[in-house]
Design a protein around this ligand. Structure first.
Ligand code: UD1
Length: 353
């Protein structure tokens, strides 16, 4: 049995890693295709190295572009690869453009699609990821969900019961496995993170592409940085916006995007994480670290109901929220966030030759 995994952007890589390892253990044949959506070492190659993922067999090298251009390039370049490889399953991850584009190609060629992280919905179609989630789930033949609420969402949308399988959160497999390596980097101490620190990531168009909103967020972070270390590994698009607008970042320690283990070291000891990332909402819940999500909504409500996440749509409230936050004494973790989700994904595929 042959699996063809597609990854393209940073959040895909920690999801592929445990599935690839578990499928190898079951003796399944595997091919990895990287679309090249992310191409900087800091956004891609470093993750393959840290997570021990074998180098991609094929790289489509699509690079950046508008959503239409990037999606179209992936579709065009992926079709001959899929025809040549003839896998039993296309395995796609998360909600990035690479996920949706390759699912469309497979659906047209009659190749079965397994979607890892199916069933998440923000209900907000202005988010590019929401479109990617909806299209991918409609086309997928196997919907592998990270949480039971995601399975319920798919049922409510009319997906057949036999296509839905709750497997848990594969990214948390990677998190647990990586904690000792994260600690060994000593990164947090090197950048002056002292346990009172705030770790920040922001890259959503809704936060960084609107000058007024980005200004309000940066002002709030600069305010917080007056009383505690604020460490902000900034996505290339965020850096570009902040620099082109000439915003005053005060004592915020802005750094280039950092590798997976370094980030985990920074996050695990943080007082609070401020983010708009999907993955960090989950990782902070698994680590018991408070998270303030600078968004109106989340496709991961379980991190609020059963975790440490709190929506913070109004950036002017961030400083007060950071000051008021206390670390929870008891760590709760959603069902299936147990380090074994990759094994359940591989088993679900192996049962469907
Ligand atoms: C993409 C995903 C988003 C995910 C994020 C993680 C979609 C629709 N969005 O957003 O869901 O949370 O990845 O990072 O798929 N750039 C570089 N180097 C790179 C990659 C990008 O400099 O290696 C810059 C380019 O200027 C590019 C911009 O970042 O235009 C945006 O990249 P893109 O892949 O379009 O989207 P992300 O914002 O990274």
């Amino acid at each position: 049995m042959k699996l063809l995994h597609v990854v393209g952007a940073r959040p895909n890589f920690p999801k592929l890693s445990p599935v690839h390892r578990a499928a190898t253990a079951l003796g399944l044949q595997q091919v990895v295709v990287h679309t090249g959506q992310h191409y900087d070492d800091a956004m891609s190659a470093n993750f393959f190295r840290d997570l021990g993922i074998p180098a991609p067999d094929v790289n489509l090298e699509v690079g950046s572009g508008s959503h239409a251009v990037q999606t179209a390039r992936i579709i065009e370049r992926f079709e001959p690869v899929l025809i040549a490889q003839k896998p039993d399953w296309l395995v796609v991850y998360g909600d990035v453009n690479s996920t949706m584009a390759t699912a469309i190609v497979a659906a047209k060629l009659g190749v079965r699609i397994a979607h890892v992280e199916a069933g998440l919905r923000s209900g907000d179609r202005t988010m590019p990821e929401e479109i990617n989630r909806l299209v991918t789930d409609r086309l997928a033949n196997l919907l592998l969900t990270p949480s039971t609420d995601a399975s319920a969402t798919l049922r409510a949308e009319g997906e057949p019961e036999e296509e839905i399988e709750f497997v848990g959160n594969v990214m948390i497999d990677t998190l647990f496995r990586s904690l000792p390596h994260a600690e060994a980097t000593g990164y947090a101490a090197r950048v002056g993170a002292d346990g009172t620190h705030v770790a920040v990531t922001l890259h959503r168009p809704s936060n960084v592409d609107e000058p007024e909103r980005l200004t309000a967020i940066v002002n709030a972070l600069a305010d917080i940085a007056r009383s505690r270390p604020v460490i902000f590994p900034a996505h290339p698009r965020t850096q570009a916006r902040i620099h082109s607008m000439g915003l005053d970042t005060g004592s915020i320690r802005m750094v280039d995007p950092i590798a997976y283990h370094e980030m985990l070291d920074l996050v695990r000891g943080a007082h609070v994480v401020i983010t708009d990332s999907g993955g960090l909402q989950e990782e902070t819940t698994a680590l018991g670290v408070p998270c303030l999500t600078v968004r109106e909504n989340t496709e991961r409500p379980i991190t609020i109901v059963e975790g440490t996440n709190q929506l913070m749509p109004d950036p002017t409230r961030l400083a007060a929220a950071v000051a008021a936050t206390v670390r929870p004494t008891v760590r709760r973790s959603p069902e299936g966030w147990d380090g074994k989700a990759g094994e359940r994904v591989a088993a679900a595929l192996a049962r469907r030759p």
